[in-house]
Every structure is written in structure tokens, then in C-alpha cells.
Ligand binder design. Sequence first.
Ligand code: ADP
Length: 253
Amino acid sequence: VHVAMTAERVQRRLIAVGSGKGGVGKSTLTANLAIALAGRGRKVGLVDADIYGPSQPVILGNQGSKPVARDEKLVPVESAFGIPVLSMGHLVEPGRALAWRGPMAGNALSQLVDAHWGDVDTLLVDLPPGTGDVQLTMLQRFKPIGAVLVSTPQDLALIDAARAGQLFDQAGVPVIGLVENMAGYACPHCGELSDPFGKGGVETAAARLDLPFLGRIPLDLAIREGSDRGKPPAADEGALGSPFHEIAAKVDA
Ligand code: ADP
């Protein structure tokens, strides 16, 4: 009993990672941020609440593991990086969750957050893209201390990110800052830099919205390959991981 009570008293910071639309790198950022924060000595856990495409089990390389329940609460599964994870992908067959109605998704999210997180002090939540029921449940029930929003430099993604920011704002959850992903592409053959989705747009938008700008992550094939192979770049000390470590330092400040 004593141990359980101590565990419940751990001060746990919930940080939501959101985006206006899918495919902008929200899950990639969340996984790498988790690894980078753990590298800073935080005890990090990760909730993958993206019902549309729960990808954390792939990125963190623990697809095979299934969580068990103890005292009617889920026990998170360990990832290869010492980060306990619970994912929507752990609860349902791939592709099935899409058909869930709002309350079902909300209840599933509660199961993931209200789990045996033990001594985890920082819980990152990879939200589904957009501003739907799961996001609202997250904000209302669990009151994260803040949200990180990620966008590509593209106009549409930017506008959607601004809308997501408004949702957090209205719920009284401060936006910690904006991250620009897929900014600038280095050609793997000649090294020439190009900007397939534009560049600097997110920083400009952050200034306009009066929100902190947390950093820029280049579009780099190695980031995608690493993510698909369960080798997130932040786990390496190399240059590929450094933007994630810089962003983590700002989030942790
Ligand atoms: P979201 O969670 O926003 O839907 P993901 O994190 O799943 O997006 O990323 C979508 C795809 O883009 C994945 O294949 C991922 O590996 C890739 N990706 C994300 N960020 C980058 C990047 N900076 N450079 C290259 N590929 C990236």
C-alpha cells in the first residue's frame, strides 16, 4: 500500500504534442523528444494517442510487446530506449480504431494516461492531428502543463497549426512553442540545399502568434529511415539528432 501511495504522489508533467494535420512529423518529433528528454535525466513516458495512425510502437521498436493490466490499470511496455510506452496501437488491431466514436476514443485515451506510470515524471502525449474529441478529452480531463505544436513550413499546415493552437489556448493549456519540421532538404547526391515546403514560415507564424519558436528540423531521408527501423536519430549523438536535443532543452527549461 505504501509503495502504491508513493507512486501516486509523483509529480508528473503532461506535455501534449499536437499538429494541425497529419503527416507533418508529430510522432517522429514526440519519440525523439522523449529520447532527448530522457538523455537530460528526465524519467520520460510516452502515450501514443494518435488513433488514426499509432506509429510509436514502430518508431520505438516495441511492436511485439503488449501491455498487461494490473489492478484494472495498464502497465506500460518498455521500449528499446528505456522509455515506457502505451499506444492506441496496443489496444486495437491496426486500422480498426479509425471507426471509433468520440467517447470510445476518449475512454481509450484515459486508459493510456491513467496507467501504472510509476516514477515517470514527464509524460509526452502524441495527439492525433487536428482538433477533435481526443484532443478535447486530453485537455479537459488531464490538463497538460503545455503543448508543443509541429508544422511543416507549408501554408496549409501552418494555418491548421494556428487553429490547433487556439484550441489549447481556449482550454487554458499554454503552447510551449512551435517546431518547424521538414525545413530544407539536403540532396543526398550533391548536397545542394532546397526547400520543398518553403522555409522559415513556422518561425514567422510563431512571431505573429506571439508564441515561442523552438527550432527547425531538416527534411532528411535518414530521419525517415531511422524512424522506420526503430532507430530514432535522437538516440545518436550525431548531427542528425542535435535539433531534437536543442528543442528538448527548450521544452525542459
Ligand atoms: P505525423 O505523426 O505528423 O503523422 P510522422 O511523424 O508519422 O507524422 O511522419 C510522417 C512520415 O514522415 C514518416 O514516414 C516519418 O518518418 C517522415 N518524417 C518525419 N519527419 C521527417 C524529417 N524531418 N525528414 C524526413 N522524414 C521525416
